[in-house]
Every structure is written in structure tokens, then in C-alpha cells.
Ligand binder design. Structure first.
Ligand SMILES: Nc1ncnc2c1ncn2[C@@H]1O[C@H](COP(=O)(O)OP(=O)(O)OP(=O)(O)O)[C@@H](O)[C@H]1O
Ligand SMILES: [Mg+2]
Length: 294
């Protein structure tokens, strides 16, 4: 089953991490799915949305982040027991009990520098392939929160994940980010690339004719495969990024139109995944998995 999804737009600040969080919590609380989030951003934004600072700091100090996993398998070429790096019981939504996280760390940028310096791109890609091969069969959905830009690590996720899903703001620069991403996808097609699961318009001002014009324009391009539902700009979604010290109910975190929109996007996302898997359930990359990730 193909269920690994890189969440990506080369433009920053379009809501990638916020939507990874809210889609994961909604899939867990409302659709009964087991969801793994892989935080692939050195800023660790989604990790900080799901874990208290003290817990995140402890995991980083104990060497239990995506950086430690990748350093071991790619730089040190040693066997890695991947489930050790998966944290359960994250999220402040009391009904979202099946959200899991592999957290990130600032050191990720140093790791990527080493990969480039030592020309370890192939080994990085093989490790990512191995990790995704394992998690595919354990979780229902895997969401990979990518940073903006196109780093060597992001390229590996995009070439090894089954799908990519691209949030965008309805504005000029964010849609340019999508265009750069599309051009990147067109380069080296022989190297494989995730299939487009769709573009999701985020932070739409429901009263703005300009935002509606951008939505129409994005919808007109069939390559975008825009989700029918746009996500409104709302105080609730802005606030969702801040971990609450006490658990809150799903409807308290995602009230009104924000919750309606996120649930509609999740329904559509599940329908698109089901249709894509009905057409082809097998991951494109069938190469054997490396021994480093067990
Ligand atoms: N629908 C929304 N309504 C209101 N605010 C939002 C919404 N989506 C995201 N935001 C806010 O926009 C800002 C950027 O969101 P976020 O960090 O998720 O973007 P990003 O694309 O992951 O950024 P980066 O590229 O830096 O990783 C945050 O302050 C977040 O709270
Ligand atoms: Mg982010």
C-alpha cells in the first residue's frame, strides 16, 4: 500500500507544518487512523507543536531524533533500530491518541552538509527508502514535514515517498514556489519522484476577491489537482500550532469552519489515496532495502 506523503512547497510559511499537524490529528481523532509524522525540518516546528519544550529537549539530548537515525545509518553505516526513534502519545488533542512522531533537531543542517561533503547521496537515499519501507506497513499514513527550499534530504524524501502534497497560500510568491517545485520534478525523471496527491490552498481569506481569483487560477491548472476544499485563515488554526499545556478536545482545537475544512480535506485525501492505491498499490521503488535500517 502506498501511504507515504511528503508535504512540500519550496516557499516557506505557507502552512506546511500546521497542516501536517492538523491533518494528522484529524485523521487520528476523526478517522481512526494511525499516523506517523516524520519531522524533516531542522527548525523542528512540528515537533514543537506536538511535544513540550522539555520533552523535545530530552529526546534531542538522548539522541532520539531523525538526525541521530540518519547519522547512524548514513554517516556511520551501522544498523538502526528505527522504532526506537518513534515517539507515541504526542498531541494535545485528547481524542488523537494515534499520532506518532520522529522528531527533528537543528543538527539536521550539519548532517546534510556532511552528506554533501562526503558525496553520500546514494546512501542517504537508500536509508530513506529503507525507513519508508518499514513504516509503510506499520502505520496507515506517514506525513513527512519538509522544510522550504530543496535540500539533499528533501530531494531524497521526494524521490522515495509515494506522494507529495503541497499547501500554498493564495498569493503570487507561494504559487511561484509551486512552479519551482514542478520544474524540479521535471528534472531527472529517471530518478523517480513522488506522485502529486494535490495542492491545498491554505490561509484563504474568505472575504477576499483576490484570494478567490488565485484559487480559480490554481484550479484551472489540472496539474495542480487542487483540493476542492480550501483552508480558511483563522485564529483557531494559528493557535493550533501552540501546544496546550492541558489536553483539549478535538472540537475545542478545531472549532467551526476550521474543523469543517480540515475534515473535508482529510476525507478527500483518504479518497485520493484509496483511488491511487486501487490503480497501483505498489511503491515505485522496489529496490532491496539496505541493511542499515532494521
Ligand atoms: N489556516 C491558517 N490560518 C491562520 N494561520 C495559519 C494558518 N496556517 C498556518 N498559519 C500560521 O502561519 C504561520 C506559518 O505556518 P507554518 O509554520 O505551518 O508554515 P510552514 O510552511 O511550515 O513554514 P516553514 O516553511 O517555515 O516550514 C504560522 O504562524 C501558523 O500559525
Ligand atoms: Mg514548517
Amino acid at each position: 500500500m502506498r501511504n507515504t506523503i511528503a508535504v512540500m512547497n519550496t516557499k516557506g510559511g505557507v502552512g506546511k507544518s500546521t497542516l501536517v499537524l492538523s491533518v494528522a490529528e484529524t485523521l487520528s481523532a476523526q478517522f481512526g487512523k494511525n499516523v506517523l509524522i516524520i519531522d524533516s525540518d531542522a527548525q523542528a516546528s512540528v515537533s514543537a507543536m506536538l511535544l513540550s519544550a522539555a520533552n523535545l529537549h530530552r529526546l534531542q539530548s538522548d539522541g532520539l531524533t531523525i538526525v541521530d537515525l540518519l547519522v547512524a545509518s548514513v554517516l556511520n553505516n551501522v544498523a538502526v533500530d528505527w522504532p526506537r526513534f518513534v515517539v507515541g502519545g504526542v498531541s494535545d488533542v485528547d481524542e488523537a491518541r494515534t499520532v506518532y512522531l520522529i522528531p527533528s533537531d537543528m543538527q539536521l543542517t550539519l548532517f546534510e552538509r556532511e552528506v554533501s561533503k562526503e558525496s553520500l547521496h546514494q546512501r542517504l537515499r537508500a536509508s530513506i527508502r529503507g525507513l519508508l519501507g518499514h513504516v509503510r506497513s506499520v502505520f496507515d499514513i506517514i506525513l513527512i514535514d519538509c522544510p522550504p527550499g530543496l535540500s539533499v534530504l528533501t530531494e531524497s524524501w521526494l524521490r522515495e515517498a509515494d506522494f507529495h502534497f503541497s499547501p500554498t497560500k493564495p498569493d503570487y510568491v507561494s504559487t511561484c514556489g509551486l512552479e519551482v517545485f514542478r520544474r524540479f520534478k521535471g528534472l531527472n525523471p529517471e530518478m523517480g519522484f513522488a506522485e502529486n496527491l494535490g495542492v491545498l490552498i491554505n490561509m484563504k481569506d474568505l472575504q477576499s476577491p483576490v484570494d478567490s481569483d488565485y484559487q480559480r487560477w490554481l484550479n484551472e491548472n489540472p496539474e495542480n489537482r487542487c483540493f476542492a476544499q480550501a483552508i480558511p485563515r483563522s485564529g483557531a488554526l494559528q493557535y493550533a500550532a501552540q501546544l496546550s499545556p492541558v489536553e483539549r478536545s478535538y472540537v475545542a482545537k478545531y472549532p467551526g469552519e476550521s474543523g469543517v475544512a480540515i475534515r473535508a480535506v482529510c476525507s478527500e485525501l483518504l479518497a485520493r489515496l484509496a483511488a491511487a492505491n486501487a490503480a497501483n498499490p505498489n511503491p515505485l521503488q522496489q529496490a532491496p532495502q539496505p541493511a542499515q535500517i532494521t
